[in-house]
Design a protein around this ligand. Structure first.
Ligand code: CA
Length: 210
């Protein structure tokens, strides 16, 4: 089942989108703010992002820029009331894959998302493993700043990668309960309130090329 991250702060639009997409069989995560969108983009690992531009905390362009700086190649469809050519060009320049203006046609939006998902799946298959220019905090920084052990660092990276406790347990050949305990310890050391926050924290290092 494809996962779609909807970033939209207008409740009626967000709910209508969520209903439409879920009735098509997609799994939907909803963010109403830029910060929440970036955390979910890490924790939820969407297959496509529907991105509004006018958000309460930061502009949608900033979300797009940050995603690309983190090395994310997730297809992004901008859904905005901004109809100027300059806005569209700015979106594409920052790495958007498609741009739909509001008010939008539901069938057209669904068709465009399906096309992006097909293309995304094809390019992932063609280029795996994707060369990701992800700038993460180094092991040394995690050890020196937060006092993480090597095992905690390994698990923190898997959490930041969006893996579940069960997946991490299988990958490392340890029990689910051990993974859970280690994650509790590392959330404490990192001062992170949630798993999503671990991703945001590990990817916090500025990329330096923008
Ligand atoms: Ca908005």
């Amino acid at each position: 089942m494809a996962r779609i991250l909807v970033v939209e702060d207008t409740r009626e639009i967000a709910e209508a989108l969520q209903d439409s997409l879920e009735s098509e069989g997609y799994e939907v995560a909803l963010a109403t703010k830029a910060a929440h969108a970036l955390a979910l983009a890490t924790s939820h690992r969407p297959d496509v992002v529907v991105l509004d531009l006018g958000l309460p905390d930061r502009d949608g362009y900033e979300v797009l820029r940050e995603l690309r700086n983190r090395g994310s190649a997730v297809p992004v469809l901008i859904l905005s009331a901004r109809r100027e050519e300059a806005d569209k060009l700015q979106g594409f320049r920052l790495g958007a894959d498609d741009y739909v203006t509001k008010p939008f046609s539901r069938p057209e939006l669904l068709a465009r998302l399906a096309a992006l998902l097909r293309r995304g799946a094809a390019s992932a298959a063609a280029s795996a493993p994707v060369a990701r220019e992800v700038k993460q905090l180094s092991d040394e920084a995690l050890r020196d700043r937060y006092g993480l052990t090597p095992r905690q660092i390994t698990i923190a990276r898997l959490v930041a990668d969006g893996q579940t406790n069960q997946e991490i347990a299988e990958k490392l050949g340890i029990s689910f309960f051990t993974v859970r305990n280690i994650i509790v310890q590392l959330l404490g050391r990192l001062g992170a309130p949630s798993r999503a926050a671990v991703g945001a924290l590990l990817f916090a290092e500025p990329n330096g090329d923008d």
